[in-house]
Design a protein around this ligand. Structure first.
Ligand code: TRP
Length: 459
């Protein structure tokens, strides 16, 4: 059984497929919905700078660590730790990722459902003639509607499950290779539209002229949490995908390419949104409703707005889909490899359970009067849907990343790590020293303080 599994292990078939799938995972609602809105809330350029530092010093090394763990072990997130350090508690890091995948996909599916619903609203021209207040009510009304978000969430989760049922090569890789170029094309068109609007320069200034007075401690924390979220790190997605990467591929270069692609798309999303927001004199710090309320407003006033609105929400939904599959795969790969279930059974069970949790979370916006619990400032607090989902990922992902860094930096032998990253000595060693310092010291220390701060609210 074990041998059969090894021989038949599904995997990516080409370099371009690896990049499409891994960048597809990274580029998602995080880039196009969350990044612009938290950048708006935290005041623009200065936040972006801190975010870029987090990406370079922590995100990039953690991505390479995850790829290395997965490819070395040839297993899912939980199985990888069991294989590399048998009979130790390290497999719990995999379980933390499994739990994070469950929770994050539950709300990810809800937000992705909203984007699907907005695709329909855009097609049926429902934004036209609505003033800003009506558009606000439209979004507010959707979120607090008991059944409509769940209907679209279910549709979205069925699409996600359908791709995962196809497997790695014929599901994840195939669809990522179609959807990612589509996404890139749409975002470039939207950028050109936004930048050529009269008055766009105020938006560019907001993005690229840092105002450090707005940089609070919680902005720094959010920047780190978002670096993990955006790069799909800390929950074992990149461990799982790493296990599908062929032994000849250069993991360091792949991690760098995925990181650059993800960062570039986040910045392109900011470039598509803020110039338009400023050109029409709209408030940039609108929060989670930024793309759902502010942008329809912008589209209403923009020549060609009808088409651009459709394109934008299709873009969001496509980006969400290539990410949600990578989260579901964390759960499904574990069921298939460690529980021995077939792919179909694994996918159905995982999807039903996660969708049910998400539907429950969605209902906390309307009929269920239940606040989601979370430890903060050393005490249990209750959170509404939006805060809970952000806090949950800001906490679980950096925690997972902390353990992953410690594992690669201090638990795996240096020889094993070097061997995996240089493909057995074939690739250059030149930057290995930097990687080692980042892995052993910089990443764990920075994560440790940031997440203690999140729990205890020290600074
Ligand atoms: N990175 C995706 C986004 O930006 C979301 C995502 C996919 C994710 N897989 C993940 C986040 C794993 C954390 C961990 O939308």
């Amino acid at each position: 059984m074990e041998n059969k599994n090894l021989q038949q292990r599904d995997g990516f078939s080409s370099k371009i497929g690896i990049i499409a799938a891994a960048a597809g995972s990274a580029i998602g609602l995080g880039n196009i919905w969350k990044f612009p809105y938290i950048t708006g809330v935290y005041g623009g350029g200065a936040f972006i700078l801190v975010y870029l530092v987090c990406i370079a010093l922590i995100g990039l090394p953690v991505m390479l660590q995850e790829f290395s763990i997965g490819r070395r072990a040839q297993a899912n997130a939980i199985g990888s730790f069991k294989k590399l350090k048998p009979n130790t508690p390290w497999f719990l890091t995999g379980w933390l990722g499994f739990a994070a995948a469950f929770v994050i996909l539950s709300f990810y599916g809800v937000v992705a459902g909203w984007t699907l619903s907005y695709v329909f609203s855009a097609i049926t021209n429902s934004f036209a003639g609505q003033d800003p207040e009506a558009l606000g009510n439209m979004f507010g009304g959707l979120v607090v509607n008991p059944w409509k978000p769940i209907l679209f969430q279910v549709i979205f989760m069925v699409l996600t499950a359908g791709i995962i049922l196809g497997g790695v090569k014929n599901g994840i890789e195939k669809y990522s290779k179609i959807l990612m170029p589509l996404l890139l094309a749409i975002i470039v068109v939207l950028d050109i539209r936004a930048i050529t609007l009269p008055g766009a320069s105020a938006g560019l200034a907001f993005l690229f002229q840092p105002d450090f007075s707005k940089l609070t401690a919680s902005a720094v924390m959010s920047a780190l949490g978002h670096a993990f979220f955006s790069l799909s790190l800390g929950m074992g997605t990149m461990i799982t995908y790493g296990s599908y990467i062929g032994k000849k591929e250069n993991l360091g270069v792949t991690a760098l390419q995925v990181t650059i692609a993800d960062t570039a798309i986040a910045l392109l999303a900011g470039l598509a949104i803020f110039p338009a927001v400023f050109a029409f004199g709209i408030e940039p710090g609108a929060g989670p409703g930024l793309v759902f309320i502010t942008l329809p407003n912008v589209f209403n006033q923009m020549p060609g707005g009808y088409i651009f609105a459709i394109m934008f929400f299709v873009l969001l939904a496509v980006a969400a889909l290539t990410s949600s599959i990578s989260i579901l795969e964390v759960v499904v790969a574990y069921f298939v490899e460690d529980k021995g279930w077939d792919r179909k059974k694994s996918t159905i069970i995982a999807t039903v359970a996660i969708t049910a949790l998400g539907a429950f979370e969605s209902l906390t916006n309307s009929v269920i009067n239940f606040k989601l619990p979370l430890l903060k400032g050393g005490v249990m607090h209750s959170f509404g849907f939006f805060d809970w989902m952000i806090e949950m990922s800001d906490l679980m992902l950096p925690l997972g990343g902390l353990f992953i860094s410690i594992f690669v930096g201090w638990v795996m032998t240096k020889e094993d790590v070097d061997d995996e990253i240089t493909n057995g000595g074939e690739l250059s060693h030149a930057w290995m020293g930097i990687f080692e310092v980042l892995t052993k010291y910089v990443a764990p220390v920075l994560i440790f303080f940031t997440f203690l701060n999140l729990i205890f609210g020290w600074f």
